[in-house]
Design a protein around this ligand. Structure first.
Ligand code: DAH
Length: 352
Protein backbone atom coordinates (compact mmCIF):
# COMPACT_ATOMS: atom_id res chain seq x y z
CA UNK A 1 0.00 0.00 0.00
CA UNK A 2 1.71 3.21 -1.15
CA UNK A 3 2.34 5.67 1.64
CA UNK A 4 0.93 3.31 4.24
CA UNK A 5 2.57 4.06 7.51
CA UNK A 6 2.76 0.91 9.51
CA UNK A 7 3.69 2.76 12.68
CA UNK A 8 0.60 4.97 12.69
CA UNK A 9 -1.75 2.09 11.90
CA UNK A 10 -0.36 -0.20 14.55
CA UNK A 11 -0.60 2.58 17.07
CA UNK A 12 -4.25 3.03 16.14
CA UNK A 13 -4.85 -0.69 16.52
CA UNK A 14 -3.24 -0.66 19.92
CA UNK A 15 -5.39 2.21 21.11
CA UNK A 16 -8.56 0.51 19.85
CA UNK A 17 -7.66 -2.80 21.51
CA UNK A 18 -6.96 -1.03 24.75
CA UNK A 19 -10.23 0.88 24.55
CA UNK A 20 -12.16 -2.33 23.86
CA UNK A 21 -10.65 -3.99 26.91
CA UNK A 22 -11.41 -1.06 29.17
CA UNK A 23 -14.97 -0.86 27.87
CA UNK A 24 -15.45 -4.55 28.53
CA UNK A 25 -14.34 -4.12 32.14
CA UNK A 26 -16.60 -1.09 32.61
CA UNK A 27 -19.57 -3.10 31.34
CA UNK A 28 -18.80 -5.99 33.66
CA UNK A 29 -19.16 -3.82 36.73
CA UNK A 30 -22.25 -2.03 35.41
CA UNK A 31 -25.23 -3.67 37.09
CA UNK A 32 -28.14 -1.57 35.89
CA UNK A 33 -29.35 0.38 32.89
CA UNK A 34 -28.06 3.67 34.29
CA UNK A 35 -24.49 2.57 34.73
CA UNK A 36 -24.57 0.90 31.30
CA UNK A 37 -25.65 4.18 29.81
CA UNK A 38 -22.88 6.02 31.64
CA UNK A 39 -20.30 3.60 30.21
CA UNK A 40 -21.74 3.99 26.75
CA UNK A 41 -21.52 7.77 26.98
CA UNK A 42 -17.93 7.65 28.25
CA UNK A 43 -16.64 5.34 25.53
CA UNK A 44 -18.98 5.63 22.56
CA UNK A 45 -20.64 8.99 23.21
CA UNK A 46 -20.17 12.14 21.18
CA UNK A 47 -17.45 13.48 23.44
CA UNK A 48 -16.26 10.02 24.49
CA UNK A 49 -12.93 8.24 24.05
CA UNK A 50 -13.76 6.77 20.68
CA UNK A 51 -14.78 10.12 19.28
CA UNK A 52 -11.35 11.45 20.31
CA UNK A 53 -9.62 8.65 18.39
CA UNK A 54 -11.81 9.34 15.39
CA UNK A 55 -10.82 12.98 15.44
CA UNK A 56 -7.14 12.04 15.38
CA UNK A 57 -7.60 10.42 11.94
CA UNK A 58 -7.22 13.91 10.56
CA UNK A 59 -3.55 13.78 11.43
CA UNK A 60 -2.90 10.72 9.22
CA UNK A 61 -1.83 11.03 5.60
CA UNK A 62 -4.97 11.17 3.45
CA UNK A 63 -4.46 7.77 1.77
CA UNK A 64 -4.41 6.09 5.17
CA UNK A 65 -7.61 7.63 6.42
CA UNK A 66 -10.05 5.18 4.76
CA UNK A 67 -8.31 2.16 6.31
CA UNK A 68 -8.17 3.88 9.68
CA UNK A 69 -11.86 4.82 9.39
CA UNK A 70 -12.79 1.21 8.71
CA UNK A 71 -10.76 0.00 11.71
CA UNK A 72 -12.58 2.44 13.93
CA UNK A 73 -16.00 1.50 12.56
CA UNK A 74 -15.26 -2.17 13.18
CA UNK A 75 -14.23 -1.36 16.73
CA UNK A 76 -17.46 0.59 17.31
CA UNK A 77 -19.54 -2.30 15.98
CA UNK A 78 -17.78 -4.74 18.27
CA UNK A 79 -18.22 -2.48 21.30
CA UNK A 80 -21.88 -1.91 20.54
CA UNK A 81 -22.40 -5.62 20.35
CA UNK A 82 -20.74 -6.05 23.75
CA UNK A 83 -23.02 -3.37 25.15
CA UNK A 84 -26.14 -4.96 23.73
CA UNK A 85 -25.27 -8.37 25.15
CA UNK A 86 -24.64 -6.86 28.55
CA UNK A 87 -27.93 -4.94 28.38
CA UNK A 88 -29.90 -8.15 27.80
CA UNK A 89 -28.11 -9.79 30.70
CA UNK A 90 -28.75 -6.92 33.08
CA UNK A 91 -32.44 -6.77 32.08
CA UNK A 92 -33.06 -10.48 32.56
CA UNK A 93 -31.27 -10.31 35.86
CA UNK A 94 -33.67 -7.55 36.97
CA UNK A 95 -36.67 -9.71 36.01
CA UNK A 96 -35.28 -12.71 37.89
CA UNK A 97 -34.72 -10.60 40.93
CA UNK A 98 -38.27 -9.23 40.83
CA UNK A 99 -39.66 -12.74 40.49
CA UNK A 100 -37.57 -14.09 43.33
CA UNK A 101 -39.22 -11.63 45.69
CA UNK A 102 -42.33 -13.01 47.35
CA UNK A 103 -45.41 -12.78 45.16
CA UNK A 104 -48.83 -13.09 46.74
CA UNK A 105 -50.86 -14.61 43.93
CA UNK A 106 -54.07 -14.25 45.94
CA UNK A 107 -53.70 -10.46 46.13
CA UNK A 108 -56.62 -8.85 44.25
CA UNK A 109 -55.64 -7.20 40.99
CA UNK A 110 -56.51 -3.53 40.48
CA UNK A 111 -60.01 -3.37 39.06
CA UNK A 112 -60.19 -2.90 35.30
CA UNK A 113 -62.05 0.26 34.34
CA UNK A 114 -64.95 -0.50 32.04
CA UNK A 115 -66.46 2.15 29.84
CA UNK A 116 -70.10 3.17 30.12
CA UNK A 117 -72.83 4.28 27.75
CA UNK A 118 -72.39 7.94 26.91
CA UNK A 119 -75.28 10.10 28.21
CA UNK A 120 -76.06 11.43 24.71
CA UNK A 121 -76.22 7.90 23.37
CA UNK A 122 -78.45 6.98 26.29
CA UNK A 123 -80.92 9.73 25.39
CA UNK A 124 -80.87 8.72 21.72
CA UNK A 125 -81.33 5.02 22.49
CA UNK A 126 -84.24 5.66 24.86
CA UNK A 127 -85.93 7.93 22.33
CA UNK A 128 -85.44 5.39 19.54
CA UNK A 129 -86.84 2.59 21.71
CA UNK A 130 -89.88 4.70 22.50
CA UNK A 131 -90.59 5.29 18.81
CA UNK A 132 -89.71 1.75 17.70
CA UNK A 133 -92.31 0.39 20.11
CA UNK A 134 -94.83 2.58 18.30
CA UNK A 135 -93.91 1.22 14.88
CA UNK A 136 -91.31 3.76 13.81
CA UNK A 137 -88.13 2.73 11.99
CA UNK A 138 -84.77 4.15 13.03
CA UNK A 139 -82.86 5.50 10.02
CA UNK A 140 -79.34 6.88 9.80
CA UNK A 141 -77.97 9.09 7.07
CA UNK A 142 -74.84 10.84 5.86
CA UNK A 143 -73.29 13.72 7.77
CA UNK A 144 -71.99 15.25 4.55
CA UNK A 145 -74.97 16.23 2.40
CA UNK A 146 -75.61 18.18 -0.80
CA UNK A 147 -77.50 21.44 -0.30
CA UNK A 148 -80.42 19.86 -2.15
CA UNK A 149 -81.29 17.61 0.83
CA UNK A 150 -80.36 20.18 3.46
CA UNK A 151 -82.24 23.09 1.93
CA UNK A 152 -83.82 23.01 -1.56
CA UNK A 153 -85.97 19.94 -1.02
CA UNK A 154 -86.98 21.29 2.40
CA UNK A 155 -88.55 24.34 0.77
CA UNK A 156 -85.48 26.54 1.39
CA UNK A 157 -84.46 27.84 -2.07
CA UNK A 158 -80.92 29.23 -2.65
CA UNK A 159 -81.73 32.86 -1.84
CA UNK A 160 -83.91 32.09 1.18
CA UNK A 161 -82.70 33.89 4.35
CA UNK A 162 -83.33 30.73 6.40
CA UNK A 163 -80.15 29.26 4.89
CA UNK A 164 -78.13 31.78 6.86
CA UNK A 165 -79.74 30.65 10.09
CA UNK A 166 -78.08 27.30 9.57
CA UNK A 167 -74.55 28.78 9.57
CA UNK A 168 -73.02 25.75 7.94
CA UNK A 169 -69.61 24.27 7.31
CA UNK A 170 -69.42 24.13 3.52
CA UNK A 171 -67.10 21.63 1.88
CA UNK A 172 -67.50 23.01 -1.62
CA UNK A 173 -70.18 24.95 -3.48
CA UNK A 174 -72.89 22.36 -2.98
CA UNK A 175 -71.67 19.99 -0.24
CA UNK A 176 -71.86 20.75 3.48
CA UNK A 177 -71.74 19.13 6.90
CA UNK A 178 -75.43 18.77 7.67
CA UNK A 179 -76.64 21.47 10.07
CA UNK A 180 -79.74 19.41 10.94
CA UNK A 181 -81.16 15.91 10.55
CA UNK A 182 -84.10 17.10 8.44
CA UNK A 183 -82.45 15.89 5.18
CA UNK A 184 -83.41 12.40 6.34
CA UNK A 185 -87.07 13.34 5.83
CA UNK A 186 -86.39 13.82 2.12
CA UNK A 187 -84.13 10.79 1.72
CA UNK A 188 -86.68 8.52 3.38
CA UNK A 189 -89.73 9.82 1.51
CA UNK A 190 -87.94 9.64 -1.83
CA UNK A 191 -87.02 6.02 -1.26
CA UNK A 192 -90.20 4.69 0.34
CA UNK A 193 -93.87 4.87 -0.34
CA UNK A 194 -96.18 6.20 2.41
CA UNK A 195 -97.03 5.62 5.19
CA UNK A 196 -93.72 6.81 6.63
CA UNK A 197 -92.84 6.62 10.32
CA UNK A 198 -89.19 7.25 11.11
CA UNK A 199 -86.88 8.52 13.80
CA UNK A 200 -83.51 9.76 12.53
CA UNK A 201 -80.88 10.49 15.17
CA UNK A 202 -77.41 11.76 14.41
CA UNK A 203 -74.63 14.27 14.51
CA UNK A 204 -75.06 17.78 13.10
CA UNK A 205 -72.66 20.68 12.65
CA UNK A 206 -72.98 24.45 12.75
CA UNK A 207 -70.51 27.30 12.88
CA UNK A 208 -71.62 28.22 16.39
CA UNK A 209 -69.28 29.80 18.93
CA UNK A 210 -68.74 27.27 21.71
CA UNK A 211 -70.17 28.09 25.14
CA UNK A 212 -72.09 26.32 27.90
CA UNK A 213 -75.18 25.87 25.69
CA UNK A 214 -73.74 25.74 22.14
CA UNK A 215 -71.27 23.63 20.27
CA UNK A 216 -70.27 23.33 16.63
CA UNK A 217 -71.03 19.64 16.83
CA UNK A 218 -74.21 18.28 18.39
CA UNK A 219 -76.91 15.65 17.96
CA UNK A 220 -80.46 15.90 16.76
CA UNK A 221 -83.41 13.57 16.85
CA UNK A 222 -85.62 13.91 13.80
CA UNK A 223 -89.09 12.43 13.73
CA UNK A 224 -91.44 12.11 10.75
CA UNK A 225 -94.88 10.60 10.35
CA UNK A 226 -96.66 10.84 6.99
CA UNK A 227 -99.90 9.02 6.23
CA UNK A 228 -103.56 9.72 5.56
CA UNK A 229 -105.32 11.65 8.29
CA UNK A 230 -102.27 12.54 10.40
CA UNK A 231 -102.88 15.68 12.46
CA UNK A 232 -101.25 17.94 15.03
CA UNK A 233 -102.88 16.14 17.95
CA UNK A 234 -100.92 12.99 17.11
CA UNK A 235 -97.74 15.01 17.31
CA UNK A 236 -98.58 16.47 20.68
CA UNK A 237 -99.48 13.06 22.12
CA UNK A 238 -96.30 11.42 20.83
CA UNK A 239 -94.05 14.20 22.11
CA UNK A 240 -95.68 14.28 25.54
CA UNK A 241 -95.10 10.52 25.78
CA UNK A 242 -91.48 10.94 24.67
CA UNK A 243 -90.81 13.61 27.32
CA UNK A 244 -92.29 11.38 30.02
CA UNK A 245 -90.01 8.50 28.99
CA UNK A 246 -86.94 10.71 28.87
CA UNK A 247 -87.50 13.23 31.66
CA UNK A 248 -90.12 12.01 34.11
CA UNK A 249 -93.72 10.97 34.62
CA UNK A 250 -95.12 14.46 35.03
CA UNK A 251 -93.78 16.16 31.93
CA UNK A 252 -96.10 18.29 29.78
CA UNK A 253 -95.34 19.80 26.40
CA UNK A 254 -96.33 23.18 25.04
CA UNK A 255 -96.11 24.62 21.53
CA UNK A 256 -95.21 28.21 20.69
CA UNK A 257 -95.94 29.53 17.18
CA UNK A 258 -92.78 29.68 15.09
CA UNK A 259 -91.51 29.49 11.54
CA UNK A 260 -89.73 26.75 9.62
CA UNK A 261 -89.86 26.67 5.82
CA UNK A 262 -90.55 22.93 5.78
CA UNK A 263 -93.56 22.94 8.13
CA UNK A 264 -96.86 24.81 8.18
CA UNK A 265 -97.93 25.51 10.84
CA UNK A 266 -94.61 25.48 12.73
CA UNK A 267 -93.91 25.49 16.43
CA UNK A 268 -91.18 25.57 19.02
CA UNK A 269 -91.66 22.77 21.51
CA UNK A 270 -91.03 23.17 25.23
CA UNK A 271 -91.40 20.70 28.06
CA UNK A 272 -91.86 21.23 31.78
CA UNK A 273 -88.57 22.02 33.49
CA UNK A 274 -87.69 18.67 35.10
CA UNK A 275 -85.64 20.36 37.81
CA UNK A 276 -88.28 22.58 39.38
CA UNK A 277 -91.34 20.95 37.87
CA UNK A 278 -92.27 24.34 36.48
CA UNK A 279 -92.69 25.90 39.90
CA UNK A 280 -89.49 27.58 41.07
CA UNK A 281 -89.03 31.28 40.46
CA UNK A 282 -85.24 31.09 40.60
CA UNK A 283 -84.57 27.70 39.00
CA UNK A 284 -81.02 27.36 37.63
CA UNK A 285 -82.20 25.16 34.77
CA UNK A 286 -85.14 27.10 33.31
CA UNK A 287 -84.36 30.53 34.73
CA UNK A 288 -87.74 30.59 36.38
CA UNK A 289 -89.81 30.22 33.22
CA UNK A 290 -90.83 26.68 34.17
CA UNK A 291 -90.12 25.38 30.66
CA UNK A 292 -87.13 24.18 28.69
CA UNK A 293 -86.79 24.21 24.90
CA UNK A 294 -86.49 20.97 22.96
CA UNK A 295 -86.55 22.12 19.32
CA UNK A 296 -88.89 22.64 16.41
CA UNK A 297 -91.88 20.82 14.99
CA UNK A 298 -94.86 21.24 12.73
CA UNK A 299 -97.03 19.82 9.98
CA UNK A 300 -94.99 18.88 6.90
CA UNK A 301 -95.25 21.64 4.29
CA UNK A 302 -97.21 20.83 1.12
CA UNK A 303 -94.18 21.88 -0.97
CA UNK A 304 -92.05 19.26 0.77
CA UNK A 305 -94.63 16.55 0.09
CA UNK A 306 -94.84 17.61 -3.56
CA UNK A 307 -91.04 17.62 -3.88
CA UNK A 308 -90.90 13.91 -3.04
CA UNK A 309 -93.86 13.09 -5.27
CA UNK A 310 -96.46 12.73 -2.51
CA UNK A 311 -99.98 14.13 -2.94
CA UNK A 312 -100.67 16.78 -0.26
CA UNK A 313 -104.40 16.45 -0.92
CA UNK A 314 -104.36 12.86 0.24
CA UNK A 315 -101.45 12.74 2.71
CA UNK A 316 -100.45 14.78 5.71
CA UNK A 317 -97.66 14.50 8.22
CA UNK A 318 -95.87 15.94 11.18
CA UNK A 319 -92.19 16.33 11.81
CA UNK A 320 -89.98 17.43 14.65
CA UNK A 321 -86.30 18.02 15.29
CA UNK A 322 -85.01 18.02 18.86
CA UNK A 323 -81.54 18.64 20.25
CA UNK A 324 -80.27 15.54 22.04
CA UNK A 325 -77.80 17.59 24.10
CA UNK A 326 -80.61 19.82 25.35
CA UNK A 327 -82.52 16.79 26.54
CA UNK A 328 -79.39 15.38 28.18
CA UNK A 329 -78.59 18.67 29.96
CA UNK A 330 -82.05 18.59 31.50
CA UNK A 331 -82.15 14.86 32.13
CA UNK A 332 -78.83 14.73 33.98
CA UNK A 333 -78.93 18.27 35.39
CA UNK A 334 -75.65 19.19 33.72
CA UNK A 335 -74.82 22.88 33.35
CA UNK A 336 -72.36 22.83 30.47
CA UNK A 337 -72.73 21.09 27.12
CA UNK A 338 -68.92 20.84 26.79
CA UNK A 339 -68.83 18.29 29.58
CA UNK A 340 -70.39 15.79 27.18
CA UNK A 341 -67.35 15.83 24.92
CA UNK A 342 -64.59 16.36 27.48
CA UNK A 343 -64.19 12.58 27.76
CA UNK A 344 -63.76 12.74 31.52
CA UNK A 345 -64.48 9.17 32.67
CA UNK A 346 -65.35 10.27 36.21
CA UNK A 347 -68.05 12.59 34.93
CA UNK A 348 -69.41 10.10 32.40
CA UNK A 349 -69.50 7.26 34.93
CA UNK A 350 -71.63 9.30 37.31
CA UNK A 351 -74.31 9.59 34.65
CA UNK A 352 -74.11 6.00 33.41
N1 DAH B 1 -84.39 21.20 11.44
C1 DAH B 1 -84.77 22.24 12.36
C2 DAH B 1 -83.54 22.89 12.95
O1 DAH B 1 -82.54 22.25 13.05
C3 DAH B 1 -85.62 21.69 13.48
C4 DAH B 1 -86.95 21.23 12.98
C5 DAH B 1 -88.01 22.09 12.99
C6 DAH B 1 -87.10 19.94 12.51
C7 DAH B 1 -89.24 21.66 12.55
C8 DAH B 1 -88.34 19.53 12.03
C9 DAH B 1 -89.40 20.41 12.09
O2 DAH B 1 -88.55 18.30 11.56
O3 DAH B 1 -90.59 19.98 11.63
O4 DAH B 1 -83.59 24.02 13.33
Amino acid sequence: MPGFSFAAMSELNERLTDLHARFERALEVASDERSLEAARAQYLGRSGDLAAIRRSIGRLPSDERPTAGKEINDAVAAMEELLERRRVKVASHAVEEALSRRVDVTFPAPEARLGSTHPIRHVIEDACTYFERRGFAVVLGPEVEPDYYNFDALNIPPEHPAREGFDSFWIDETLLLRPHTSPMQIRTMQNHRPPIAIIAPGKCYRRDAVDARHHFQFHQLEGLLVAEGVHFGHLKGMLAGLCRVLLGAHQSVRFRPSFFPFTEPSAEVDTTCPKCGGSATACSMCGGSGWIELGGAGMVHANVLREVGYDPQRLSGWAFGFGAERIALARYDVDDIRRFIDSDPDFLEQLA
